[in-house]
Design a protein around this ligand. Structure first.
Ligand SMILES: [Zn+2]
Length: 176
């Protein structure tokens, strides 16, 4: 549970940078750490944004570039932070997760609009699962995208079913 205010969270998340002292604690697979494609994206991502901005400026004009690049990025960053904050403060639970410092909550409206991110209690219970909506009414747009990409063969070995993470001892509540 978060014990700090919305404004403190806003300041910390959107105005401070977070750099882990050692990556080892996150158990990132070696093959991902040394993946040429990921490393190239990490080193050059800002050129992709600037190139897109230049193309939009040249083809659609300055105001379109401001809206489609700067405003879009600002809104998605703000939205991502807001969903993350609310999802750690209030909402309903599908899972009771033991032995953790903080838990996540599900918020239906945020979950639908954020492609599943707002079904955060499910995510905390089953962190490896690409599927974040579990109950029939938890409409998970992100999961539809993942399934589509899998059908096209773009991605594979997707963790499909919400297997419970034994480390967290998450238990499905009887409301299911
Ligand atoms: Zn979380």
């Amino acid at each position: 549970m978060y014990h700090h205010s919305l404004m403190k969270d806003y300041y910390r998340n959107l105005h401070l940078s977070y750099t882990p002292r050692e990556l080892g604690r996150y158990n990132i697979p070696e093959e991902d750490l040394n993946d040429q494609w990921f490393n190239w994206l990490e080193k050059t991502w800002y050129w992709h944004v600037l190139t897109l901005a230049a193309i939009i400026w040249l083809t659609l004009g300055f105001e379109a570039m401001i809206m489609l690049v700067f405003v879009r990025v600002a809104l998605t960053q703000l939205g991502h932070w807001f969903v993350g904050y609310i999802s750690h403060v209030r909402g309903y639970l599908n899972y009771n997760i033991e032995d953790v410092n903080e838990t996540g909550f599900n918020n239906w409206l945020l979950g639908v609009f954020s492609f599943g991110e707002g079904f955060h209690n499910n995510h905390h219970a089953c962190p490896q699962s690409a599927r974040l909506g579990i109950r029939w009414f938890e409409f998970d747009l992100g999961w539809l995208v993942v399934r589509g990409l899998e059908k096209l063969g773009v991605i594979y070995e997707v963790h499909k079913e919400p297997s419970l993470d034994q480390k967290h001892k998450a238990q499905l509540l009887k409301t299911q």
